[in-house]
Design a protein around this ligand. Structure first.
Ligand code: JFZ
Length: 464
């Protein structure tokens, strides 16, 4: 087919939403420099507002659910093929047993939405190599290789669109323990193959499929880069993504110098965030990403909410994982605490969504004088009295440890006169009494916290 350049331009602009295209983004990564700040800001705007998303690890590994030959296999459930060194043909035999008839995309999206999450990132293909979508590039996919005969990503994309949730795809570009030429499978000789053929005949065609067949996909989440993703291969993959959607948000895990748009700290919250970079902490609610039958212990609502508040106060996002089982059900132990988070967010969301990082920083904790972290550096010891987020003209103090009848803050000269103070849970009540003596600010509080986990004190004041 031949298009005139004008039509092509029009089609591209329409396809990429209303953002004006920087024709150069495709050409510049990893040098990045020529995307204007305005364009980058517009491209990242929804992500910076969102603050809270759902990660979904779902694949063939949900069938064994952490067990192989009657034994519980240690470590993450989605790594079972590797951890138990399961031969390719034997692992592939899980496919005919995979029939997640209880999968209901509308329900999953509703769970995310009720939790106050604004986007979903789901594993389109994890290291096991099994595509969770209908793929022409490989028959090893949920539509063609299982009795399910449905494309869950298609159903999820439709449900997301209906319910106003953004959708992104995780894709394991380097590790692929099934397809010849994919990296990482050293236990089965059938995995041997040409990595260029793997990239050109599996990765690139599948990436094009997931970025064109499912409406607007807003995030591409690579994982576990390695030597096999050398510069020419990384460049080819990147080019394919940019051809599909130049406004996509890409994480930092493609490999070979590609910094992407986001830092992705895993299972932890960095002490100070990443000043000058967008970032997203991804985390499990239990001890695994992919479903494991043995996992019965889940983080509490308090821990999860604290994490969300801590992350927001450092300018990041929280991508919190759920691992649906082989029937397509998200474990109740994961649904329950995130539903509680949603309840809190319906009252206090103004202090999370679309906010900027703290004006202060010291409230998050300090470096220990004696203890060292894994890298031998002074360990960061968080403190949990309060956190701060901001919006123009508003400072939100998330009070985690209720101080009794008054809250005192050293403003360090960072805010002007406070014109009004109130509790977000209590915004119709008379404003709270405030005294300001130099940089010492005191707000009179009720004796009881409105919320047992975190109550937000709003200060209306100009920030400096
Ligand atoms: C990777 C995957 O291997 C894992 O299965 C899961 O998908 C997770 C989100 O990402 O695991 C990693 C990746 C990076 C680090 C640790 C585990 N890391 O940087 O420490």
């Amino acid at each position: 087919m031949k298009y005139t350049p004008k039509i092509l331009l029009l089609v591209t602009v329409l396809a990429s939403g209303l953002l004006p295209l920087t024709p150069l983004r495709a050409a510049v990564e990893p040098l990045v420099s020529s995307e204007t700040k305005e364009h980058k800001d517009a491209r990242m705007a929804w992500f910076r507002d969102a603050r809270f998303g759902m990660f979904i690890h779902w694949g063939l590994y949900s069938v064994p659910g952490g067990y192989y030959q009657g034994k519980s296999i240690i470590n993450y459930g989605e790594w079972i093929m590797n951890n138990a060194k399961i031969p390719i043909a034997e692992y592939a035999a899980f496919a005919p047993q995979f029939n997640p008839v209880k999968f209901n995309a509308d329900e999953w999206v509703k769970i995310a939405k009720d939790a106050g999450m604004k986007y979903i990132v789901i594993t389109a293909k994890h290291h096991e190599g099994f595509a969770m979508f209908r793929s022409k590039a490989s028959g090893y996919n949920i539509y063609d290789a299982t009795p399910f005969k449905r494309d869950p990503l298609k159903e999820l994309a439709e449900a997301c669109r209906k319910q106003g949730i953004k959708l992104g795809f995780y894709y394991s570009q380097n590790l692929d323990w099934h397809h010849p030429g994919g990296a990482g499978n050293k236990w089965d000789p059938a995995a041997k193959g040409d990595p260029d053929k793997y990239v050109d005949e599996i990765v690139i065609p599948q990436v094009k499929e997931i970025l064109t067949n499912y409406g607007e996909i807003t995030v591409i989440w690579w994982d576990m880069p390695g030597d096999a993703i050398n510069k020419p291969r990384a460049d080819r993959i990147y080019k394919a993504v940019m051809e599909c959607n130049p406004n996509i948000i890409m994480n930092d895990r493609l490999g070979n110098g590609y910094k992407g748009d986001t830092e992705t700290p895993e299972q932890h919250i960095p002490a100070q965030g990443y000043p000058g970079r967008d970032w997203e902490t991804c985390m499990t609610i239990n001890g695994t990403w992919g479903f494991k039958k043995i996992e019965k212990t889940f983080k509490s609502t308090e821990t999860l909410l604290r994490n969300l508040i801590d992350i927001a106060s450092k300018g990041g996002n929280y991508l919190l994982n759920v691992g649906p089982d082989a029937e397509g059900v998200i474990p109740a132990g994961e649904v329950q605490p995130i539903a509680e988070m949603g309840k809190w967010l319906r009252v206090n969301g103004e202090a999370i969504y679309g906010t900027s990082a703290t004006l202060f920083g010291e409230e998050c904790g300090a470096l220990s004088a004696t203890e060292k972290d894994k890298k031998g550096q002074p360990a960061f010891k968080p403190t949990w009295d309060w956190r701060c987020t901001t919006k123009p003209g508003k400072i939100y103090i998330h009070i985690l440890k209720w101080p009794g009848t008054s809250f005192t803050l050293d403003t360090k000269g960072k805010l002007g006169p406070v014109t009004k103070a109130y509790l977000l849970a209590d915004s119709n009540k008379p404003p709270l009494a405030v005294t300001q003596d130099g940089t010492k600010l005191t707000v009179t509080l009720p004796a009881q916290a409105p919320d047992p986990i975190s109550s937000v004190l709003v200060l209306e004041a100009a920030t400096k």
